[in-house]
Design a protein around this ligand. Structure first.
Ligand SMILES: NC(=O)c1ccc[n+]([C@@H]2O[C@H](COP(=O)([O-])OP(=O)(O)OC[C@H]3O[C@@H](n4cnc5c(N)ncnc54)[C@H](OP(=O)(O)O)[C@@H]3O)[C@@H](O)[C@H]2O)c1
Length: 400
């Protein structure tokens, strides 16, 4: 559960961005560009997009730019020549960059690769603006325990958790009845199971409302993204698994809701643009202007809600099941899903096979007695490696 962030200074925040070249990273940089004085940049960290990394580091006057790919060091160094921006490369350099003194780290590396650098930043007591889901999905208890132990505040960036964060009255936590996450339903919410079998990567990569990186876009189409978000919400807020739910809301205007025992439901609304929750996290508990258009409810006209069909979209039940199981289950689920999404994108398996593969990986883990407690980061890596290995085997078996 999050600890209080009342004492966070909002006057000026020195910012490090992990995953600066990605969808969240670029939206964060857009907010920085509008508030250069308020958000000076310490470090930018990315992986393969060296040109963008160097260009942003130069434009924002970052102290250091880091690529996780050691073989790209010379290229980065050449692109930064004469700029005064230091260059570094490699996994350890990423962790070192995350550990540099800063007021806030935007944790927006995609996948389990984001866990170690984000933990490194949290263990310095740095405020974390958390976009990376895997920190909580793979290692929720460890992550929150270490962050709280180091005095690091964690501010959610995901739009749903940002909404809950803004609606959750900590003083009335015991009077919360239910937390409901909204899901757009992705591009295929009206398709039959047999139509879902035919979905291609190109179709699945076109999200109707949100512009996001490829992994999270596919997760949105399978609704795995919503399942992973329910796991995140469990770790971020003092609620039980039974108090968590999700509902389809195709317009993506209501970002999530908190229901209280007196019947009040607090919801947060906004146009679907990640720059709003990003700006919210960056300035919290203050507010800064963002370039997002303001919400015109009359123009939107209708806000509709539907129940989720778990037969066609089994990912949410699977995630809640893994959450109830506890320990390594959610880390194995996440690892298997990362492999399954990559296999789908490379057209090795079909769309429906993504969730089937994850379900089979969890059954295999139960059979192999791999669903144990996670006491350390080593346990997390072991569960992650196991999930990946099993998923690769299953994908091979499932190829047409
Ligand atoms: N996009 C959204 O709207 C959204 C919403 C909520 C939550 N999230 C979460 O936020 C995270 C980022 O999502 P995204 O959509 O921004 O992903 P993305 O567009 O794919 O960007 C990923 C970023 O991570 C960097 N990266 C990848 N592997 C790395 C490594 N090993 N070390 C250092 N950097 C690495 C990439 O660098 P290169 O590009 O240089 O290779 C890129 O900057 C994910 O966990 C996602 O679930 C995203």
């Amino acid at each position: 559960m999050l600890q209080s962030i009342e004492n966070v200074d909002v006057a000026q925040r020195r910012l490090t961005i992990l995953g600066s070249t990605g969808s969240i990273g670029q939206s964060t940089i857009d907010i920085v560009r509008h508030h250069r004085e308020q958000f000076p940049v310490e470090a930018l960290v990315a992986n393969t997009n060296i040109k963008q990394l160097a260009a942003d580091a130069r434009a924002l006057g970052a102290s250091i730019a880091v690529t996780a790919d050691e073989s790209r060091y010379d290229e980065l160094k050449d692109l930064l020549a004469g700029s005064g921006v230091e260059a570094a490369a490699g996994q350890q350099a990423v962790i070192d960059a995350a550990s540099r003194p800063a007021d806030m780290v935007m944790a927006a590396i995609v996948g389990a690769g984001g866990l170690q650098p984000t933990l490194a930043a949290a263990s310095q007591g740095t405020t974390i603006a958390l976009a990376n889901k895997e920190c909580l999905v793979c290692a929720g208890e460890l992550f929150i325990r270490d962050a709280n132990g180091a005095g690091a505040s964690v501010i959610p960036v995901d739009s749903e958790h940002s909404a809950i964060f803004q609606c959750f009255e900590a003083r009335n936590a015991a009077q919360v009845h239910k937390v409901t996450l909204t899901a757009s339903g992705g591009p295929f919410r009206a398709r039959s199971l047999s139509q879902l079998q035919e979905v291609s990567p190109e179709e699945a990569l076109k999200h109707p409302n949100w512009s996001m990186g490829p992994k999270v876009t596919i997760d949105s189409a399978t609704l795995m993204n919503k399942g992973l978000e329910l796991i995140e919400a469990y770790h971020l807020f003092p609620v039980s698994v039974d108090q968590l739910g999700a509902v389809i809301h195709p317009q993506s205007i209501v970002h999530s809701m908190v229901s209280y025992v007196d019947g009040s439901v607090l919801a947060q609304l906004g146009v679907p643009d990640m720059r709003t929750p990003i700006a919210c996290a960056m300035a919290w508990p203050g507010r800064v202007h963002s370039p997002v258009e303001s919400l015109d409810l009359v123009a939107v006209g209708q806000l509709t809600f539907e129940a989720i069909d778990s037969k066609r979209f089994p990912a949410i039940d699977m995630c809640l099941g893994a959450l109830r199981c506890g320990g390594s289950a959610t880390a194995i689920l996440n690892a298997a899903n990362e492999i399954a999404v990559a296999e789908f994108l490379s057209q090795s398996i079909g769309f429906v096979a993504i969730t089937t593969l994850v379900e089979c990986a969890l059954s295999r883990a139960e059979r192999d007695n791999m669903l144990g407690a996670l006491g350390s980061l080593e346990d997390v890596w072991e569960a992650d490696a196991y999930g990946r290995r099993i998923a690769v085997e299953l994908a091979r078996e499932m190829r047409p």
